[in-house]
Design a binder for this molecule. Structure first.
Ligand SMILES: [Zn+2]
Length: 163
């Protein structure tokens, strides 16, 4: 990968650097609500067979992995448009993140986990956090299916670069 952009892109880089990667408000809200309902989970739980990657909210016994994807770092199709026009370096970086997410999903599914991903922008209201928690609760209480993979937001659509 090329060097990070300089000079003309510095303002952009500063702005991007401010984007939080973890413990964002939507993720904390979801964690609080899950906890409030009596479900117990692990945070930043290691992804099996992928060192240095972690699951935002993990239910290891249930083999359920829940991710809250930041619109910026995970290149949400609705909110990442601006970055695309700014610099090839960022485009490559973010596309790398998307590929990594896909690989993480594949790896987890291969290990018999179910994967649930929410966009940060889908957890902006109390009602949406509550609805997301319903979904998590349902999957936690469902008897563990070994091969099912569920993604709340389609990973396929987030990797679609055609528009
Ligand atoms: Zn978004």
């Amino acid at each position: 990968m090329a060097e990070p952009p300089r000079a003309s892109s510095e303002a952009v880089s500063r702005r991007f650097a401010k984007q939080k990667r973890r413990d964002t408000a939507p993720e904390l809200a979801l964690r609080r609500e899950i906890h409030r309902r009596g479900l117990r989970y692990r945070i930043n739980y290691p992804v099996p067979s992928r060192s240095r990657r972690s699951i935002d909210i993990a239910f290891p016994k249930r083999h359920l992995a829940v991710f809250v994807d930041g619109c910026f770092w995970h290149a949400c199709p609705e909110h990442s448009v601006e970055s695309k026009s700014n610099s090839n370096w960022w485009v490559e970086k973010l596309e790398g993140n998307v590929r990594r997410d896909q690989d993480t999903n594949d790896s987890l599914v291969n290990e018999g986990w179910r994967v649930l991903r929410f966009w940060e922008h889908d957890l902006r209201s109390e009602a949406s956090v509550s609805a997301a928690t319903d979904y998590v609760e349902e999957l936690v209480s469902a008897s563990g299916s070994n091969s099912a993979s569920t993604t709340a937001n389609s990973v396929a659509s987030s990797t679609d670069r055609s528009r």
